[in-house]
Design a protein around this ligand. Structure first.
Ligand SMILES: Nc1ncnc2c1ncn2[C@@H]1O[C@H](COP(=O)(O)OP(=O)(O)OP(=O)(O)O)[C@@H](O)[C@H]1O
Length: 373
């Protein structure tokens, strides 16, 4: 799939933009703070209805404006066209697909698939578990609508259960039967969320192992392990449901005392192991970078496998961060028909021996100019 056209109105430092892209490699070239990342962010937002930089959608609205509009024309399987449209205003955001308003964002997400590489990816390996949970929920969510919906139902019941645990904690209620009803519902969603995560991680594992084997010159075996308070290996949905039901039953008093749900996928993590050692604890900076790169490249392959089309790649300032070997690996693996956007302050960072005939777009202060080559 590829983004043919992008239109912006009052988006960050773009007042009005209407631009067409190459289905191959596009380079956004410009000095600092001119609006290169803003363009990648706009495409990421168009795909996932979320920014990778801010959790506050209103930040996207051009200063002094009341709303922001991002529209794109996406071509799939080289023939079918899909029009995506998002409007952010003070009252929230609205999504349209082919001019039809979508009541739920979950029916909108997944129509355009993107994978973003940025220097912050290292935090998926090094950072706290919350970053990794967000990563898997976002990435698996753009592959599976079902997963998005289950996660949203899980969150809603979790919220209700936490609110009720607080009530019990403050003696505003004594009804433990209602807690049991909520626990039962939550155990069901926990089981579905965890089982889907395990399935997708299993598929991701196949890709990441092969990719990392090449990146490490056949020196390292990279594995991803799901980490929870129990061993999830080979567990069915029913097994996982039983484990959560039992955990809620055994820890009722503890949870009431704390006023919060102590077990569930919102507490889980994933671990990256190189030759069986946890990369977070024992990996060098270089190894951690390689894991982040392998993970993103594996995600590209997973999306291709699951949706039947390659995602659009967004490379935000990553080339200058990678050494020659990793850069060559990244650029050569995107060379085969994957639409790619690269931001850079200097064309010297883009190895033109590998990146052939890029479409170069000069970015200056929220204006884009196509360069003739
Ligand atoms: N809501 C907004 N309204 C208007 N301008 C904004 C808004 N948000 C950010 N900007 C402006 O956008 C510019 C930053 O753009 P961007 O982050 O895309 O830079 P960049 O070209 O990627 O730079 P770098 O090379 O430093 O990463 C800044 O000038 C900033 O003031």
């Amino acid at each position: 799939m590829y983004i043919k056209d992008l239109r912006l109105r009052n988006y960050r430092n773009y007042e009005s933009l209407n631009i067409s892209f190459s289905p191959n490699i596009n380079v956004f070239l410009g000095h600092n703070a001119q609006g290169k990342t803003n363009l990648l962010e706009a495409m990421y937002f168009l795909a996932l209805t979320r920014s990778h930089r801010t959790s506050n959608d209103k930040d996207l609205i051009r200063w002094g404006s009341d709303f922001s509009r991002i529209s794109g024309l996406v071509i799939k399987d080289n023939t079918s066209k899909l029009k995506l449209d998002l409007v952010v205003s003070k009252s929230g955001k609205k999504a349209k697909l082919n001019n039809i308003e979508q009541r739920k964002l979950s029916s909108y997400i997944g129509n355009l698939n993107v994978v973003l590489f940025s220097p912050e990816d290292l935090s998926i390996v090094k950072g706290n578990p919350g970053i990794r949970r967000k990563f898997i929920d976002m990435e698996f969510g753009q592959i599976s609508n079902q997963y998005l919906q289950t996660v949203s139902q899980f969150r809603s019941v979790l919220k209700q259960r936490n609110a009720y645990l607080k009530k019990l904690q403050h003696h505003q209620s004594k009804d433990l039967v209602y807690l049991e009803v909520l626990s039962d519902q939550l155990a069901g969603y926990c089981a579905e969320v965890v089982r889907t995560r395990l399935d997708f991680l299993g598929k991701l594992q196949g890709h990441i192992e092969k990719i990392h084997d090449q990146i490490s010159d056949h020196q390292e075996i990279l594995k991803i392990k799901y980490s929870s308070f129990y061993d999830s290996t080979d567990k069915t949905v029913e097994n996982i449901y039983d484990i959560y039901k039992q955990a809620f039953k055994d820890n009722t008093q503890k949870e009431i005392q704390r006023g919060v749900t102590l077990f569930g996928p919102h507490r889980d993590d994933i671990k990256f192991l190189i030759n069986d050692k946890n990369v977070q604890d024992f990996g060098s900076q270089g190894q951690q970078r390689s894991v982040a790169l392998s993970l993103k490249l594996a995600e590209v392959e997973l999306i291709k496998e699951q949706v039947g089309d390659y995602p659009v790649l967004l490379l935000d300032d990553v080339l200058s961060e990678l050494d020659q070997k990793r850069q060559t690996h990244l650029l050569s693996s995107i060379g085969n028909g994957i639409q790619t956007f690269i931001t850079t302050t200097s064309l010297e960072d883009v190895d033109q021996k590998i990146v052939k005939n890029p479409n170069i777009l000069n970015i200056t202060n929220g204006k884009v100019q196509q360069e003739e080559i």
